[in-house]
Design a protein around this ligand. Structure first.
Ligand SMILES: Nc1ncnc2c1ncn2[C@@H]1O[C@H](COP(=O)(O)OP(=O)(O)OP(=O)(O)O)[C@@H](O)[C@H]1O
Ligand SMILES: [Mg+2]
Length: 149
């Protein structure tokens, strides 16, 4: 399987709930390399671009207002089959449907405040990584443990 990059973002509230370490730990244990990471507050214009595909939905305004309401942690994660694997460990969009053991199943209550964003396709991953990071902010590395994973 090919090594891929995906985009992940801890949504507003994750810092306040002090679960950043627990969430990052899940990703590291599952073999993701964190190759870029940034604490930031998303400007409204950027939020609208990020969630462009939902522009016509009834929840668009509420979603974009929420996503700019506090600091987020944006990341580029790398491993084999990264996009599908991260979606799997995040769980279903609606936390009520997310399996226990997934991030949303374990930590989230509402669909809007579902803790984490993860790219849903190679096209989204490329677009979202490009929106949040410059190429020179991405630092791939070899950890030497690949054969143990
Ligand atoms: N019916 C809804 N009501 C309120 N918010 C919603 C609803 N559906 C989706 N959202 C919000 O919009 C985000 C984007 O929806 P999408 O359908 O892309 O789900 P997702 O791909 O699982 O989540 P994300 O894009 O954040 O990784 C969801 O994560 C959620 O925060
Ligand atoms: Mg999505």
């Amino acid at each position: 399987m090919a090594v891929e990059r995906t985009f992940a973002m801890f949504k507003p509230g994750v810092l306040q709930r002090r679960i950043v370490g627990e969430l990052i730990s899940r990703m590291e244990k599952k073999g993701f390399n964190i190759v870029a990471i940034k604490l930031m507050r998303i400007p409204m214009e950027m939020a609208k671009i990020h969630y462009e595909e939902h522009r016509e939905k009834s929840f668009f305004e509420s979603l974009t207002n929420y996503i700019v309401s506090g600091p987020v942690i944006a990341m580029v994660l790398q491993r084999e089959n990264a996009i599908a694997t991260l979606r799997k460990i995040c769980g279903a969009t609606n936390p009520e449907n997310a399996e226990m053991g997934t991030i949303r199943g374990d930590y989230a209550v509402s669909t809007e405040r579902n803790i984490i964003h993860a790219s849903d396709s190679p096209e989204s991953a490329k677009r979202e990584i490009g929106l949040f990071f410059k190429e020179e902010e991405i630092f791939p590395f070899e950890d030497g443990n690949e054969h143990w994973l």
